[in-house]
Design a protein around this ligand. Structure first.
Ligand SMILES: NC(=O)c1ccc[n+]([C@@H]2O[C@H](COP(=O)([O-])OP(=O)(O)OC[C@H]3O[C@@H](n4cnc5c(N)ncnc54)[C@H](OP(=O)(O)O)[C@@H]3O)[C@@H](O)[C@H]2O)c1
Length: 217
């Protein structure tokens, strides 16, 4: 397993539920965590609420300072934000956890994405970065819940760069209880993103925060 000790983690949109949840778990695991936002003040407030040495700044500053950067913004703002950060993210592993979903009276459903998936959209924009898709099915509520010591799920990690997917699998395993599982090339990210709509349906029916486990590996 790749050694990810000492890796600093930046989170774009880290003021939201998912970003804060991941930030909290990585900070607790001893990583230096940098929360990004469109507002340095909001970022600082989010960092203060997490503690454990987390700091906050504008997305661009976080993108240039962190070793590895997680994208945790809504799909609507995804492409434009990444287009504005091409230079800052060049040469880095960029982890996309964005689920392009719509919601109507029947619940959640997957939105079509011209590039195939949000992760492929990121790769098309960030041609100088190593884009990896992961953390789509992790519940922010569970990540933030201090009573949950072990997060009971596998994180599917997809990408075209083996070293980068190995790093992100190891990073996922910094969260107690989580196993990072290689889930294929980036061209298969659409199903993983879309599957979140099914998991949301499960959660609504069973009043749960469901996670996935892959058997026999
Ligand atoms: N929530 C979950 O349980 C969960 C689980 C897995 C994956 N995800 C994925 O993670 C991403 C974030 O989810 P979330 O629930 O944390 O979302 P969110 O709270 O709605 O948004 C996260 C942050 O993104 C920033 N943002 C909002 N609109 C933006 C725009 N147009 N351009 C740039 N930044 C914008 C905001 O930060 P500032 O206003 O401070 O800039 C906001 O706090 C989504 O793509 C979601 O599909 C979520």
């Amino acid at each position: 397993m790749t050694d990810v000790n000492g890796l600093s983690i930046g989170i774009l949109g880290g003021t939201g539920d998912q970003g804060k949840g991941l930030a909290r778990r990585f900070a607790l695991a001893g990583h230096r965590v940098l929360i990004g936002s469109r507002s340095a003040q909001r970022a600082q407030e989010a960092a203060d609420s997490i503690g454990a040495g987390a700091t906050g700044d504008e997305n661009a500053a976080v993108a240039s300072q962190a070793d590895l950067v997680i994208v945790a913004v809504p799909y609507e703002g995804h492409k434009a934000l990444l287009e504005s950060l091409r230079a800052e993210l060049a040469g880095k592993i960029v982890v996309d956890c964005v689920n392009p979903l719509g919601f109507d009276k029947q619940g959640a459903y997957a939105l079509p994405v011209e590039e195939g998936s949000a992760a492929q959209q990121a790769a098309a924009v960030l041609t100088e970065s190593r884009v990896v898709a992961a953390f789509h099915h992790v519940s922010a509520v569970v990540l933030m819940d201090p009573s949950v010591e072990k997060v009971d799920l596998d994180v599917l990690v997809l990408g075209d760069d083996r070293e980068a997917t190995g790093t992100v699998q190891a990073l996922a395993e910094a969260i107690p209880g989580v196993r990072g599982v290689y889930g294929g090339r980036l061209r298969n990210a659409h199903q993983v993103e879309a599957l979140t709509a099914n998991i949301i349906s499960v959660n609504r029916r069973y009043k749960a925060h469901a996670g996935l486990r892959i058997t026999d590996i």
